[in-house]
Write a protein that binds this ligand. Structure first.
Ligand SMILES: Cc1cc2nc3c(=O)[nH]c(=O)nc-3n(C[C@H](O)[C@H](O)[C@H](O)COP(=O)(O)OP(=O)(O)OC[C@H]3O[C@@H](n4cnc5c(N)ncnc54)[C@H](O)[C@@H]3O)c2cc1C
Length: 284
């Protein structure tokens, strides 16, 4: 289907984009890579009067070192994030998740910030950024604020970004030297996950000193499997120990039931996939 007619602007600064948002209010919609928004417009699920393209704002693109964290610009395409040396050195879990995100075309156009702002519970980036304790830099007319990953995801397709605000960057604390693995369960290649698990671990002398685990599609937002994290701490990185800890993966989750599987099936998958993800992250 062809989208309803809309005006289009492509500002070259965040300030100009914010001014356009303020001027048009509810009638405006931001476009980043367009990989989720364009299908929505084509299905006429949304019909903004004006589309504000962030694609010409250079300051929103790229990855930089910021001391104890790396900062990923919201408009950085998935393919650039996945190949970036800083991401691979300090936040390997994100690079591992990007490898599984859609196909090469979508990874070329789609952006890190666009995917997180879209907040699809089956999206592949929410679980890794929650597991890594990232924070979100959001700019509005009144200035810039930072929101933790725990508070950013509010509900299905809903985030802490206000209607008159723009996500400019995501700050990811460095996890240098941590092993990482993203295990995604799909029926068909390049699909959205039925369930996926993002695991990153710090191994010391054959034992798991610390673990951080994120769950994809086990609720209306990406979740942290804190019971698994606690059960893994100090355990040897062996099949039996990891299996016992992974048995907690479905605790405090509320997975959906749909044509791909019911909630009980997803709970079972979460325990199996968590075991695989943790063992792979620990190099087992
Ligand atoms: C065929 C196909 C397969 C896909 N498979 C997967 C998959 O397996 N896993 C996965 O995770 N994703 C998948 N995606 C989605 C992909 O990750 C998209 O890149 C992503 O969802 C949206 O990113 P975008 O940059 O294209 O954002 P857009 O589509 O441009 O925008 C998405 C939404 O976010 C808002 N927005 C964008 N940027 C900002 C910002 N900086 N500040 C505030 N609001 C903003 C927009 O207004 C819009 O509402 C797939 C997409 C397609 C087309």
């Amino acid at each position: 289907m062809i989208p309803a007619q809309f005006d289009y602007v492509a500002p070259t600064s965040v300030e100009d984009a914010l001014a356009a948002l303020a001027e048009h209010g509810d009638d405006a919609k931001i476009i980043a890579g367009g990989q989720s928004l364009l299908p929505v417009l084509r299905m006429r699920l949304n019909a903004p009067e004006i589309v504000i393209d962030l694609g010409r704002i250079d300051s929103l693109r790229g990855v930089r070192d910021d001391g104890d964290a790396i900062v990923i610009g919201a408009m950085t395409p998935h393919s650039v994030v996945g190949a970036d040396p800083l991401v691979n050195e300090h936040a390997l879990l994100i690079a591992r998740a990007v490898e599984h995100l859609a196909d090469a075309q979508v990874r070329h156009r789609g952006t890190f910030g666009g995917a997180l702002a879209h907040a699809d519970p089956a999206g592949d980036l929410g679980a890794p950024v929650r597991a890594l304790g990232a924070s979100f830099v959001i700019q509005g007319a009144g200035g810039t604020r930072t929101v933790s990953a725990d508070d950013f995801f509010v509900d299905l397709f809903e985030t802490a970004i206000g209607d008159d605000e723009i996500l400019t960057a995501v700050r990811v604390p460095k996890h240098t030297g941590w092993g990482a693995h993203y295990e995604k369960f799909v029926r068909v290649a390049h699909q959205w996950p039925i369930v996926a698990v993002a695991a990153t671990v710090r191994v010391e002398g054959g034992a798991i000193a610390e673990a951080r685990i994120g769950l994809t599609n086990m609720g209306s937002t990406p979740l942290r499997a804190t019971a698994v994290e606690a059960a893994l701490a100090g355990q040897p990185a062996t099949e039996d120990a990891v299996r016992a800890a992974a048995a907690h993966a479905a605790e405090r989750t509320s997975p959906p039931s749909d044509l791909n599987g019911d909630a009980d099936y997803r709970r079972h998958l979460a325990t199996v996939i968590t075991r695989r993800a943790v063992l792979a992250a620990a190099g087992g």
